[in-house]
Design a protein around this ligand. Structure first.
Ligand code: BTN
Length: 266
C-alpha cells in the first residue's frame, strides 16, 4: 500500500457517506481498520486495485484492477444491540441483491454472506468488528464482480459470474456503488431501529437452497448434510440435519459443490 496516495473524494449531495477512492490498496478492510480512528462514520474506502483482498476463513479474494468493486464501509455500532451484529452481513447480502435487482437480475442470498445469480457467486461480504478508544465500529467489506471477464471468472475455484456476463454490457461501477450504499445504510438503520424482522422477511424471499439437499460446513470444518428449512427470527439458519435432527446454525457456510467431500459427517 502506498500511504502517499491521495484518494479521489466522492460526496454526493444529501448523502451521509463519503467515498475515498484509491488507485490501489492491499485490502480495503485492512486499510479501514487501520485508519478508522481518524475517519467519520459511513466513510467508504474503495480501491480500484486490491492486491491482498481477503475473504472469510482467511481465503483470498481475487479481483481484476478497474473492473470490479472492492470497498469497505465504516458502520457505527453504538446504536445496534450486540446480538444484532451477526445480522450486518445478512443485511449487506440483501442490499446487494436489491441493488442487482435494479438491473433486472434475479439474485439469491447464499446464507450468510454470498450473493448468487443462478447458483454462481457474484458477490462476497466480510464484516469485521473493530474497537478504538471505546468507539465500536463495523468494517463491512464487499467485493462484487462487475465488469469481470469470463476468462477471469473461469480461473476461480468456485462457479462465479459478473454483472457484465449476465447483462452482456458493462456497468458504471460508481453508479452501482452509490445506489448500493444508499440501500445498505437504509437497511442498517432499519436494523438499528427495529431489529431484524423486516430485513428477515426480505432475505427469506431471496434465500438460496431452501428445502434443497445441501452440505454445510461449520467453523470447526465439520460438515453436515441436510436441508435448510427456514431463516430464524435472529438470522440463524434452521437446518434439518440428516444425522442430528433439526438444529440452528449460526456460522459456517454452505458448500458450492454437491460433490463436496465431507471431512467429518455429523
Ligand atoms: C468472501 O466471499 O469470503 C468475502 C469476500 C469479501 C471481499 C471484500 S473485497 C473488499 C473487502 N476487502 C477485503 O480484503 N475483503 C473485502
Amino acid at each position: 500500500m502506498n500511504i502517499e496516495q491521495k484518494p479521489e473524494i466522492i460526496k454526493p449531495n444529501r448523502s451521509v457517506y463519503t467515498i475515498y477512492k484509491y488507485a490501489n490498496l492491499n485490502s480495503t478492510n485492512a486499510f479501514l481498520k487501520q485508519h478508522c480512528a481518524s475517519l467519520p462514520d459511513y466513510s467508504v474506502i474503495w480501491a480500484d486495485e486490491q492486491t491482498e483482498g481477503r475473504g472469510r476463513f482467511a481465503r483470498i479474494w481475487d479481483s481484476q484492477p478497474g473492473l470490479d468493486l472492492t470497498f469497505s464501509i465504516l458502520l457505527p455500532l453504538t446504536s445496534l444491540e450486540q446480538q444484532r451484529r451477526q445480522n450486518i452481513t445478512q443485511i449487506a447480502a440483501l442490499s446487494i441483491a436489491q441493488a442487482l435487482e435494479g438491473y433486472g437480475l434475479k439474485p439469491s442470498v447464499k446464507w450468510p454472506n454470498d450473493v448468487l445469480i443462478q447458483g454462481k457467486k457474484i458477490s462476497g461480504i466480510l464484516c469485521e468488528i473493530t474497537e478504538i478508544d471505546e468507539r465500536v465500529c463495523g468494517v463491512l467489506g464487499i467485493g462484487i464482480n462487475v465488469n469481470n471477464t469470463e476468462k477471469f471468472l473461469a480461473s476461480l475455484d468456485i462457479p462465479a459470474t459478473s454483472l457484465r456476463c449476465e447483462l452482456r454490457h458493462k456497468v458504471v461501477r460508481k453508479d452501482l456503488l452509490k445506489k448500493l450504499l444508499e440501500i445498505i445504510i437504509n437497511c442498517f438503520n432499519v436494523l438499528c431501529q427495529s431489529g431484524f424482522t423486516l430485513n428477515r422477511q426480505e432475505i427469506k424471499k431471496r434465500l438460496a437452497f431452501i428445502n434443497e439437499q445441501i452440505v454445510f460446513t461449520d467453523v470447526k470444518q465439520d460438515s453436515y448434510s441436510g436441508k435448510i428449512i427456514d431463516l430464524n427470527d435472529d438470522g440463524t439458519l434452521l437446518f434439518e440435519c440428516e444425522k442430528r435432527g433439526i438444529i440452528s446454525l449460526n456460522s459456517g457456510e454452505i458448500a458450492f459443490h454437491n460433490s463436496y467431500t465431507m471431512r467429518k459427517s455429523l
